[in-house]
Design a binder for this molecule. Structure first.
Ligand code: THU
Length: 134
């Protein structure tokens, strides 16, 4: 299911805005994410790095955490924004976390307007899921 151009634009703006606040003193690479819940709410997240590098958290997972804390469980799309030569694709850990909440569009854009459209399911085929434990 696709979302309207207006909503896409709102998500891109929200992800761009939250990216400005990213805490990335080690990599210098700021990422913003905007997650559209099925009820219409938008949740955002930016990357938050740490001097203990491995504790750094990606923008996508911070957006998921904000959404879950607010009671959202179903999602219609996620937009990622980064200042990179090509659109940034979610890391493996983020793919698994997104897949927990279904298969929805992943829209990756650069600050220069390059864009790539994909889906959670295509980015992480055969994800580990609750069904694997039953
Ligand atoms: N990062 C994200 O926040 N999301 C991605 O999709 C890729 C990578 C962050 C993690 C780290 O703070 C920085 O980008 C460099 O890896």
């Amino acid at each position: 299911m696709s979302i309207s151009k207006e909503r896409e634009h709102e998500l891109i703006l929200a992800a761009s805005r939250v990216r400005e606040g990213a805490y990335a003193p080690y990599s210098g690479f700021r990422v913003g994410a905007a997650l559209l819940a099925s009820d219409g709410r938008i949740f955002t997240g930016c990357n938050v790095e740490n001097a203990s590098y491995g504790l750094s958290m990606c923008a996508e997972r911070n957006a998921v955490a904000a959404a879950i804390a607010a009671g959202a469980r179903r999602f219609a799309a996620i937009v990622l924004v980064a200042d990179s030569p090509a659109p940034v694709s979610p890391c493996g850990a983020c793919r698994q976390v997104l897949a927990e909440f279904g298969d929805f569009p992943v829209i990756m854009v650069t600050t220069n307007g390059e864009r790539e459209d994909n889906t959670v399911g295509a980015l992480l085929p055969r994800a580990f899921s609750a069904g694997d434990m039953s």
